[in-house]
Design a protein around this ligand. Structure first.
Ligand code: DC
Length: 225
């Protein structure tokens, strides 16, 4: 057993795209001195490798072989998260539009998820973590001490995405795109996006990042007592 396994804490933050998970989790982790576990980044890294190798993203067997022969590591360095794919820093490449378009197909495969969940749990053995994703409170860390389910109105989420990605897309298009993603994440067979029974729902519509972080930090303080 890892020497930290009795001490390490997990804060699990799930929610749909654009709900503010990543930014909130990153800042909260820094504030609490926890590691930041961006599970989506891991699915993105594998997707990048599959695309580079020209693998059919609907071929589950091929993806299983790929994931079994791939190292995906996250490293929190200089206040930043670095994503290492077979040792190569791909932190920037995994945010490309092509990867964003394809990642849901890869993340929907059971064999891929099984291995990723294993890696995510191993990561959490190295210290306390703020983990964010779609299934971190339900599947990856069902015993997390604090579970948050972040939501926001679709319009607000679309506005945030447009700002973040510097996108020229129109609001209506972005909203339609988010709706499609929500459906894909919520209706898939493996680990769909659902709120864990014991998660606290936080609606971030109209909140600043600072307010979101402070709210969750307060919930954490209460939980710890
Ligand atoms: O949060 P993100 O946009 O980086 O996530 C990328 C994709 O990975 C998105 O399609 C949802 C999926 N994902 C997942 O299925 N499970 C997770 N724990 C995290 C992300």
């Amino acid at each position: 057993m890892n020497k930290n396994s009795n001490k390490a804490d997990v804060i699990a933050i799930d929610g749909p795209a654009g709900s503010g998970k990543s930014t909130t989790a990153k800042i909260l982790a820094r504030k609490l001195g926890f590691l930041f576990l961006d599970t989506g980044a891991m699915y993105r890294a594998l997707t990048l490798k599959a695309m580079r190798q020209g693998i059919d993203l609907d071929d589950e067997d091929a993806l299983k072989r790929l994931v079994d022969n791939t190292s995906v590591r996250l490293s929190n360095r200089d206040g930043k998260l670095h994503v290492l794919l077979d040792g190569e820093d791909v932190s920037r490449e995994i945010r490309s539009a092509e990867v964003s378009r394809n990642v849901a197909r890869v993340a929907a495969k059971g064999a891929v998820r099984e291995r990723m969940v294993q890696l995510q749990r191993e990561f959490a053995e190295t210290g306390s973590v703020v983990a964010e994703g779609r299934d971190v409170g339900t599947v990856v860390f069902p015993d997390a001490k604090l579970k948050i389910f972040l939501v926001a109105s679709i319009e607000e989420r679309a506005r945030r995405r447009m700002r973040e990605t510097d996108s020229a897309a129109r609001l209506q298009e972005m909203m339609a795109d988010l709706k499609k993603r929500d459906e894909a994440d919520s209706l898939r067979d493996h680990s769909p996006l659902v709120k864990a029974e014991d998660a606290i729902e936080v609606d971030t519509t109209g909140l600043t990042i600072e307010q979101q972080v402070n709210l969750i930090a307060q919930l954490w303080e209460k939980k710890k007592k």
